[in-house]
Design a protein around this ligand. Structure first.
Ligand SMILES: [Zn+2]
Length: 427
């Protein structure tokens, strides 16, 4: 456990006052955002050099305030430094040290994408009209800066609650978290009594708390027949005809078979959509011997992906029997099985929803896309709420963060912590 917080125990948590202290940090938060965003942190598996330098900036920031933290180095030959860093600052609990409330932020970014689509240099942040533009400003620097500010207020005010409060800055979220949150889970950092807030998704009015997600599967089908001249079809097997027929029947059949709805989600049902289609032959008079296409599926938790796949294999079998000589291959381009949702009655969801309501915004919890550290924690049975106030500009040119949202979110995190304090064993 990190060093001495120099605590004066029993300091009451006056949320109004804490929010006023955060408001005073508005300028500092904006300046920190500008400074940090100048340090590239593109994920090494997306063509960048990684987040090492940005992690060091975070460490220096905590050093200057004498806020203790731990560093977890995970070896990765893909980066120049040979390791990926993960930083955890802990406000130790006052009686429930076996439980932690986590704030998880990721420090890596995606690449800038189409550079021409950016109106400013993605690596030179620009502040304009209450926004800061730059690569990663929203995803996930907003969370990095807001949680650091919240941590600083707790430190300056000598505030502790029953459980530990842990501010966690992870690497490698954008390409699977092997060197980030998954490695920290592997080191046993998370316990069964833990809960987490992951500020890596949300809505513009800050009303949406994500507690669930669908399974995400991308399938590539390849129908193998036999090429021939289109005027001599009896000499071949038309893979295009069979592929189109199979694809359309598959989509209809899946929509009928897996038609359950869950109001927690938007849209409420599973989705099955034929998407990408690959080029086959070069000429209109050639009957294709091969036909390839993709399907995007988002499946409600409760309908296991294996069950959906069994159904698909069944239809493939029927087609292969009906059209002798063909073979239909199916390949997973991506597969993430949805974990069980975070219960709506878990303390982290209740406290977060109440803290948002306190600002005059009616909050609601539900499910969407997923793919954050929240999903990985849910799979470990750790209740995780994905929430922030943002315009959803992630992975898009001209990404920006709204400075007002940073102030608002940091205040709400402190309000959530105060709610735990009121429930916990604070002296
Ligand atoms: Zn993110």
């Amino acid at each position: 456990m990190p060093g001495n917080w120099g605590i004066k125990k029993g300091r009451a948590m006056d949320v109004k006052r804490l929010k006023a202290l955060i408001e005073k940090k508005r300028g500092q938060m904006a300046a920190d955002m500008m400074e940090m965003s100048r340090i590239p942190a593109v994920n090494p598996r997306m063509g960048g050099g990684g987040e090492y330098a940005r992690m060091q900036w975070i460490m220096r920031w905590f050093d200057r305030r004498q806020i203790p933290y731990e560093v977890y180095e995970i070896p990765d030959q893909k980066v120049q430094e040979g390791v990926r860093l993960n930083v955890v600052a802990t406000v130790p609990g006052t009686g429930e040290e076996d439980r932690s409330l986590w704030f998880i932020s990721h420090v890596d970014t995606v690449g800038p994408g189409d550079a021409d689509a950016w109106e400013t240099d993605p690596f030179t942040p620009v502040e304009k009209d209450g926004r800061i533009y730059g690569l990663g400003c929203e995803d996930n620097s907003q969370s990095v800066i807001t949680t650091m500010a919240a941590c600083e207020v707790l430190f300056e005010e000598h505030i502790r609650i029953g459980r530990n409060i842990r501010f966690c800055y992870v690497s490698d979220e954008e390409t699977g978290s092997e060197f980030g949150i998954k490695a920290l889970i592997g080191k046993g950092l998370f316990g069964p009594g833990d809960e987490a807030i992951v500020p890596d998704g949300g809505s513009a009015d800050g009303s949406f708390v994500e507690i669930a997600e669908k399974s995400q599967v991308w399938l590539k089908f390849t129908v193998n027949g036999r090429t021939s001249h289109a005027a001599m079809p009896h000499l071949g097997i038309n893979a295009c005809y069979i592929g189109m027929k199979f694809g359309a029947e598959l989509e209809d059949a899946l929509k009928t078979r897996f038609d359950r709805e869950d109001p927690l989600f938007n849209p409420p049902g599973s989705t099955f959509e034929l998407t990408q289609k690959f080029a086959n032959v070069q000429s209109p008079n050639v009957m294709p011997g091969k036909d390839s296409f993709c399907m995007d599926m988002r499946v409600l938790p409760g309908d296991p992906v294996d069950e959906v796949m069994d159904y698909i294999y069944g239809l493939i079998g029927r087609y292969e029997k009906q059209y002798p000589g063909i073979a239909i291959e199916v390949e997973f381009l991506t597969r993430t099985d949805a974990p069980a949702p975070t219960p709506q009655q878990s303390q982290v969801v209740i406290n977060l929803v109440e803290a948002i309501r306190e600002t005059g915004t009616e909050a609601y919890s539900g499910g969407i896309g997923g793919g954050t550290c929240g999903a990985i924690l849910r799979a470990e049975k750790i209740p995780a709420a994905v929430w922030a106030t943002l315009d959803d500009r992630c992975h898009a040119p001209n990404e920006y963060v709204v400075v007002d949202n940073m102030v608002r979110d940091a205040g709400i995190y402190l309000s959530v912590i105060a709610r735990y304090g009121a429930q916990g064993t604070e002296e």
